[in-house]
Design a protein around this ligand. Structure first.
Ligand code: F6P
Length: 325
């Protein structure tokens, strides 16, 4: 493989706050190293349909603070087909792209790995998802902002919950993992959290809520959207059968959690990892995701980043119950 002189950068899958900061870091580090960058518009679809635009350092001014992604994002159907991927590789060749930086979650890295396996393309990944569900990084870009958004909402819900002595079920995102749920439950002082990683029964939840109601007038139950008992609506309906006299409400936070200006923590993470992705490509690395582990930049193969399940912190799970006492 020849030297890296021209990099393509794309954002794919669900957007996350901090993606713009990552794009900026890729573009400016590349410029610092004398390398060209082209932004691919609309994720892998942009590669299939030849939708690119060259980006210089001034094209990424004033975006570090913006949520969403200036490159737009998509979950590409065309790229799932062998024909679509052949078109994508042809686009790379036509524009002289030597390597790609793919910013996204597990779907994005699955696509990157296929490009590598089928066509030998140089691709490096950046963990851009609010879900924090990738192995090989302690935090993903966007997770901290999403948690802060959820906590801000829960603080407001607490005000009205305690004014009316109500029980609230608040559903947060996270796909099939409970990282956002656990972090936001701790930070908002929730009484209970339902996590996909645990086998929690409705009986147990009802028992805990009944005990809590003797001490407290209001309670918040944070529900991870992927919980096996169902979402917040389904769980509240089951609980209502056991506690018919309890005044309860449901709030589904939804896509609110995906937007907004990234926190300083997400901006710093995105800047650090975006810059490291370019440096790693120049050092000959590819086929991996650049993450942060114990404060250090680390690379992890795509296979491991998407194949290995990252665990929730056990002590935090226990802490929700202890601090709800
Ligand atoms: O992966 C990010 C995420 O926001 C998940 O938390 C959620 O399950 C999913 O994307 C929602 O996807 P969509 O935007 O397609 O509804």
């Amino acid at each position: 493989m020849g030297p890296v002189r021209h990099i393509g950068v794309l954002t794919s899958g669900g957007d996350s706050p901090g993606m713009n900061a990552a794009i900026r870091a890729v573009v400016r580090t590349a410029a610092f190293r004398g390398i060209r960058v082209s932004g691919i518009i609309g994720g892998y679809d942009g590669l299939v349909n030849d939708h690119l635009r060259e980006l210089g350092p001034r094209d990424v001014s004033n975006i570090i603070q913006r949520g969403g992604t200036i490159l737009r994002s998509a979950r590409s159907e065309a790229f799932r087909t062998a024909e679509g991927r052949t078109q994508a590789v042809a686009t790379m060749a036509r524009h002289g792209l030597d390597a790609l930086v793919a910013i996204g979650g597990d779907g994005t890295f699955t696509g990157a790995k296929v490009l590598l396996d089928e066509h030998g393309c140089r691709v490096i990944g950046l963990p851009g998802t609010i879900d924090n569900d990738l192995a090989g990084t302690d935090r993903t870009i966007g997770f901290d902002t999403a948690v802060n958004t959820a906590v801000e909402a829960m603080d407001k819900i607490r005000d009205t919950a305690s004014s009316h002595d109500r029980l609230f079920f608040v559903e947060v995102m996270g796909r099939d993992t409970g990282f956002i749920a656990l972090a936001s439950a701790i930070a908002s002082g929730a009484e209970y959290v339902m996590l996909p990683e645990l086998c929690q029964s409705i009986d147990q939840l009802v028992k805990e809520l009944s005990q809590a109601s003797r001490l407290k007038s209001s309670s918040i139950v944070v529900v991870a959207e992927g919980d096996e008992q169902g979402g917040a609506v389904a769980i509240s309906e089951q609980v209502r059968k056991f506690l018919p006299d309890r005044d309860m409400r449901v709030t589904v936070l939804g896509h609110l959690q995906r937007g907004g200006s990234p926190t300083a923590m997400d901006r710093i993470l995105a800047s650090r990892l975006g810059s490291a992705a370019v440096e790693q490509l120049l050092a000959g690395e590819h086929g991996c995701m650049v993450g942060e582990v114990n404060g250090q930049v680390r690379t992890t193969s795509f296979a491991e980043a998407i194949g290995k399940r990252k665990s929730l912190q056990e002590d935090l799970i226990a802490l929700v119950g202890i601090l709800a006492t």
